[in-house]
Write a protein that binds this ligand. Structure first.
Ligand SMILES: Cc1cc2nc3c(=O)[nH]c(=O)nc-3n(C[C@H](O)[C@H](O)[C@H](O)COP(=O)(O)OP(=O)(O)OC[C@H]3O[C@@H](n4cnc5c(N)ncnc54)[C@H](O)[C@@H]3O)c2cc1C
Length: 293
């Protein structure tokens, strides 16, 4: 299949891209790495009348630290992020999850911002951002606004982005004093979208008790799902078998996964319990070691 006809624009600046978005409204789509949009257009699942290519715009692909927080430009290629020493040090959960995103050839083109804006419920990066409590810096005609990941993902392939806005930068807060993390997923073949998966970020206090936990699940809802009950079962508890079993049970109980040709709802629920139980010892061992992976 070939895409439906479309107008193509290749602006040089963010301002030009925003002006084009404002002019064409919902008819327009931004083109980043094209690894989700172009297949969707070829299958005619998406037929934008206007494509606005972000690839010529300078300055959207930096990886930097600002006041202790990590900032990743929307056009940073996934493969570049995977190889970044700064990301590996400041946000090791991102580095751990990236090899699960598709295949290297796709990550060479696919962008960090494109994956987040696309908001596929089975994608790794939205869950990672939710687990890390990331904030997204959006650019629009009125300037900038920042939104927490908790508010950004609003449903199936849906986000809080308005038609005249673009994602400019991802902000990941500085890690806690004793951080732990883990990313795990189960897929039929490495590189496939996961049947279910999780990204978790935890920390412990000076006595070794859990003082923060965020567990984001993928593949089990309309978007990334924050397992709040599982986190509540951990906070204040001493990490160990009892707390881990309670968290796994809470995670199983609080989700209502979809069924499709790849897996039943019950099987996905079972996988979540298994993954939570497997990932918690890994994350808390890292926290106990002072954040060393
Ligand atoms: C065979 C195959 C396997 C894949 N497997 C996986 C997988 O296992 N896990 C996974 O997560 N992904 C997978 N992907 C998708 C891949 O990760 C894409 O790179 C990613 O989803 C989209 O990033 P992109 O830069 O290519 O965005 P594009 O395809 O260019 O755009 C995707 C959407 O985001 C919008 N968009 C892009 N950038 C911005 C921005 N800055 N601001 C606002 N909106 C924006 C576009 O308008 C479009 O609607 C796979 C893709 C293929 C082809």
């Amino acid at each position: 299949m070939k895409p439906a006809p479309f107008e193509y624009h290749r602006p040089d600046t963010v301002e030009e891209a925003l002006a084009l978005l404002a002019q064409h409204g919902w008819e327009a789509k931004l083109l980043a790495g094209g690894q989700s949009l172009v297949p969707a257009m070829n299958f005619r699942l998406s037929a934008p009348g206007v494509l606005i290519d972000l690839n010529r715009i300078l300055g959207l692909d930096s990886i930097r630290e600002v006041d202790g927080a990590l900032r990743i430009g929307a056009m940073v290629r996934q493969r570049v992020a995977e190889r970044s020493e700064l990301i590996a040090r400041a946000a090791p959960l991102v580095a751990e999850a990236l090899p699960f995103v598709a295949h290297p050839q796709i990550r060479n083109r696919g962008t960090m911002g494109g994956s987040i804006a696309h908001a596929d419920p089975a994608a790794e990066l939205p869950a990672v951002m939710l687990a890390l409590g990331a904030r997204f810096h959006l650019r629009g005609p009125g300037g900038m606004r920042a939104l927490a990941a908790d508010e950004f993902f609003t449903g199936l392939f849906a986000t809080a982005l308005e038609h005249d806005e673009m994602l400019g930068e991802i902000e990941i807060p500085a890690p806690a004093a004793r951080p732990g993390w883990a990313f795990m997923e189960i897929s039929r073949r490495h590189g496939d979208f996961g049947l279910a998966g999780l990204a978790m970020s935890v920390s412990v206090d000076e006595d070794g008790k859990c003082d923060a936990a965020r567990i984001a699940l993928l593949g089990v809802g309309e978007g990334p799902v924050l397992a709040r009950g599982a986190a509540d079962a951990l906070i204040g508890a001493a990490p160990g078998d009892d707390a881990f079993a309670a968290a796994a049970e809470a995670a199983r109980a609080e989700i209502d996964p979809p069924a499709d040709i790849h897996a039943s709802s019950d099987y996905r629920r079972h996988l979540v319990g298994v993954l939570v139980a497997r990932a918690l010892p890994v994350a808390f061992a890292r926290a106990a070691a002072g954040g060393r992976g």
